[in-house]
Design a binder for this molecule. Structure first.
Ligand SMILES: Nc1ncnc2c1ncn2[C@@H]1O[C@H](COP(=O)(O)OP(=O)(O)OP(=O)(O)O)[C@@H](O)[C@H]1O
Ligand SMILES: [Mg+2]
Length: 539
């Protein structure tokens, strides 16, 4: 057993006591400082606290050579997520996975791979042109004390990224590095983003924490131009037009035009207008904003919706002729009619009915398409669809607003071949000839043809059954069209006859009236003559 000399043991004991005391003193010192700090925060006048804080920061800045920049998730009105924050998030996703110890996981746009990003309160380093920088993700608590009943935990926490770097690199960081982060971040975001299908919220739901003017779901429509049944030449023309547009950033800048393009898709129901929009979005990898115009109260709201759309998107207004009365005269008529109806309602309901009315006007819509605001963001397609192009105001669809008018019409033989390939995987069949002839003779929409081609049984010769079904449907449609044409002809004939009869009757009546008048005229003349002779006799 080791023998410890008495003085040494005493010395060691003393040392232990000294270090024990020291920790105790340090602990109480820290507690004291914390207490003082709490008192300082609570009782010092606000202005004085700010003043002291300001000079403390100055002092620290004097001895501490590092600068920090923070990027809040929600800035300004807090209703819109800061784009810079999102870009940094994506940039760090790319850079942080190697160095950060705590990561968050999400799933990529194809739902196939995990996307890892830096978790909250984590720090990573980055290097740019040989300069070292530090990024950290933080939470800032801002409790809402004055109205505790409004307290929402999520509302009180603001997330932000903090960038720290040596002050001698200030110029490099603010001029080059931040742009580099933004560009890379945006590129990564585009790569990883899930495309979305948006629709507008009614404006009554626009206000409140994190409420948005657009609601969205993930866009997953499988339509492509390959599966779209239409004339191949026309299809290629549309594809070329779209691709040229999407690569035309510099060209549009050069010619001084906003980087957007309008498409008007028109044709009977079931000819593939909505399908084509999905194919466009899939071709260009764009988001889709489906505007429900009847839920937009006025032109200001329409503009707000436009501002909140992102670039690389298609803004769609379906059935534009039904969404609004866009020609002055029809609108006037409708208003008059509506007012009659509304007048019969009790007063509060009347007000409500007026409130609900969309007051979006033609000029509001024109401004939406090509006003000054329409240029913000860039790279946007605006697509209108309609079944009745003739009903639209010419101002709305003139070139420059709706640059390309695309007519989608009944199924042609070429279109049928694409459908047969899609639905039945058939390139040729002995019945193709008959179908081709029938398609030339009658009108059938691609939607109806597609329905006939959908296999309904899993038989030995399911393809032939489908094609025969189609032939039957085409023959029925042809027969119906013939009967309808006959009926219409009959009706037109009847109408002609009726109008001819009416004309005859009218002319007979006219003749009768004129002869009566004539007779009356003769009688009057005779009476006047008689009167004259009587007067002469009296004289
Ligand atoms: N040209 C086409 N190519 C491929 N499929 C088509 C085509 N046209 C229609 N279809 C099929 O028919 C269905 C209806 O088509 P879609 O909704 O695109 O028609 P629409 O022209 O938008 O009709 P509406 O005017 O009633 O809105 C789609 O689900 C699609 O499968
Ligand atoms: Mg449609």
């Amino acid at each position: 057993m080791e023998h410890i000399p008495a003085p040494a043991a005493h010395q060691r004991q003393g040392r232990m006591m000294v270090s024990g005391d020291m920790w105790a003193q340090l602990g109480s010192g820290i507690a004291g400082i914390m207490f003082m700090y709490a008192m300082f925060q609570q009782y010092f006048p606000r202005q004085l606290t700010g003043f002291i804080g300001f000079y403390t920061n100055k002092l620290v800045a004097f001895v501490y050579p590092y600068l920090t920049i923070s990027f809040d998730e929600y800035s300004g009105d807090r209703f819109k997520r800061n784009d810079v924050y999102s870009a940094i998030e994506s940039y760090l996703t790319f850079n942080s996975t190697m160095s950060a110890k705590r990561l968050k996981a999400d799933i990529d746009k194809n739902s196939k791979n995990f996307v890892l990003s830096m978790d909250d309160n984590e720090e990573v380093t980055d290097e740019f042109n040989g300069v070292k920088l530090w990024w950290s993700s933080n939470n800032r608590s801002t409790p809402t004390q004055s109205f505790p009943f409004y307290y929402a935990p999520s509302a009180s926490e603001r997330r932000f990224y903090k960038l720290t770097f040596h002050r001698r690199h200030r110029d490099l960081i603010t001029r080059s590095y931040l742009n580099h982060v933004l560009d890379h971040g945006k590129a990564v975001r585009l790569q990883n983003r899930q495309r979305k299908l948006f629709t507008n919220n009614p404006s009554s739901n626009w206000y409140g924490y994190k409420s948005t003017v657009w609601n969205h779901v993930v866009f997953e429509h499988p339509a492509t131009f390959d599966t779209l049944a239409m004339d191949p030449v026309k299809k290629q023309d549309i594809i070329d037009d779209l691709l040229t547009f999407s690569k035309g950033k510099d060209y549009y800048k050069k010619i001084g035009k906003a980087w957007k393009r309008g498409y008007l898709l028109y044709g009977p129901p079931g000819t593939g207008k909505s399908t084509m929009i999905a194919a466009m979005a899939n071709l260009l990898d764009y988001d889709v904003y489906d505007v429900e115009l009847t839920a937009v109260k006025n032109n200001t709201e329409l503009r707000k919706l436009l501002i909140e759309t992102s670039s690389k998107s298609i803004i769609v207004i379906e059935d534009i002729d039904c969404s609004l009365d866009l020609t002055g005269q029809r609108k006037k008529k409708k208003e008059e009619g509506d007012d009659d109806e509304k007048d019969r309602l009790p007063k509060p309901l009347k007000e409500e009915a007026r409130e609900k009315d969309s007051k979006v006007t033609l000029s509001g819509l024109l401004n939406f398409i090509d006003g000054l605001w329409s240029a913000c963001g860039g790279e946007r397609l605006i697509v209108f669809t309609t079944n009745h192009v003739e009903k639209l105001d010419p101002a709305l669809i003139r070139k420059g607003r709706m640059d390309k008018h695309i007519q989608l019409s009944y199924c042609s033989y070429e279109a049928f071949k694409i459908l047969a390939k899609n639905y039945l995987n058939l390139d040729s069949h002995r019945l193709f000839g008959t179908i081709g002839r029938l398609l030339e003779e009658t009108n059938m929409t691609p939607a109806d043809v597609a329905e006939c081609l959908m296999p309904k049984t899993i038989g030995v010769d399911a393809d032939t059954t489908c094609l025969e079904n189609l032939i039957n449907a085409l023959e029925t449609a042809k027969e119906e069209a013939r009967l309808k044409a006959e009926e219409e002809e009959e009706e037109a004939k009847k109408k002609d006859e009726a109008s001819a009869k009416e004309k005859d009757e009218a002319s007979a009546k006219e003749k009768e009236e004129s002869s009566i008048k004539e007779e009356n005229g003769i009688v009057v003349q005779e009476k006047e003559k008689e009167k004259e002779t009587n007067e002469k006799k009296q004289d």
